[in-house]
Design a protein around this ligand. Structure first.
Ligand code: HPA
Length: 270
């Protein structure tokens, strides 16, 4: 694995001379942020050695180098999910490569089902903690001390300072921001009502199929993390209705502009 990470990092370094402190994983809902990037260079995932390919409709596969608000950033347009059949190590390889390229901070976005009755569809939720319900971890297997410790601390996986800054921007820009715990599950099924109840009882406010593996790997390597979720459907008893991937994408697209505005302002002050 270490060899692959180094090989991929070397390939990117040879392709482009670019330094960035920040990377953004443009998950569902944040696709529109691409329009805010002053793009210097793009590499398609299919041309990057060892990068998996996104198999999900609506998820692109391009690594973007450019500027937002005058700051150099690297953006992943398209991410990988465990349910696609890749291993935990494969879906998190890009995050490890980003760290090797020199980033210090990782911003992640996703779509999720809201189980907190105070949330409504279309809300944005800042993730202040997570619960790994994948039943596995990207850190299982030999530990590479040069990447991080065998037993990484997770007492504050989502940076408090960045959360507070986002809340301040939300107030300034009149963007209503919820805050809560994200439970990560494998999918690809959406939850049964009994599963939503169960996941809610674990202490989670929202549930989705990504982010947790990436943040575990990022924290292992000491990256500062910030994550935000768009609530695309309800997992609250009595409010649960049939949903589809298309509907999730539609709601995420509607919430997209406020998410993009928030992240743009956020990058300005980071
Ligand atoms: N469950 C899991 N993943 C999701 C959901 C959900 O309700 N909505 C969007 N992604």
């Amino acid at each position: 694995m270490l060899t692959k990470i180094k090989e991929t990092t070397e390939f990117i370094k040879k392709s482009i001379d670019f330094n960035a402190d920040l990377a953004i994983i443009l998950g569902t809902g944040l696709g529109g942020l691409v329009d805010e990037i002053d793009i210097t260079h793009k590499i398609e995932y299919k041309d990057i050695p060892n990068f998996p390919l996104s198999t999900v409709q609506g998820h692109k596969g391009v690594l973007i180098f450019g500027k937002i608000a005058g700051k150099n950033i690297i953006a992943m347009q398209g991410r990988f999910h465990f349910y696609e059949g890749y291993s935990m190590q494969e879906i998190t390889l890009p995050v490890r490569v980003l760290k090797m390229l020199g980033i210090k901070t990782l911003i992640v976005s996703n779509a999720s089902g809201g189980m907190n009755p105070d949330f409504k569809v279309g809300d944005l939720m800042i993730i202040n903690d997570h619960i790994n319900l994948f039943g596995t971890s990207p850190l299982i297997g030999p530990n590479f001390e040069e990447l991080g410790p065998r037993f990484p601390d997770m007492s504050q996986a989502y940076d408090k300072e960045l959360i507070n800054r986002a809340l301040t921007i939300g107030k300034q820009e009149n963007i209503d921001l919820k805050i809560g715990v994200y439970a990560g599950v494998t999918g690809p099924t959406f939850e049964t009502p009994a599963e939503y109840n169960y996941i809610r009882s674990t202490g989670a406010d929202a549930v989705g199929m990504s982010t947790v593996p990436e943040v575990i790997v990022a924290r292992h390597m000491g990256l500062t993390c910030f994550a935000i979720s768009v609530i695309t459907d309800s997992g609250v008893p009595g409010e649960i209705v049939e949903i589809s991937h298309e509907e999730v994408q539609e709601v995420a697209a509607i919430a997209g502009p406020k998410m993009a505005l928030l992240i743009k302002k956020f990058v300005e002050i980071i």
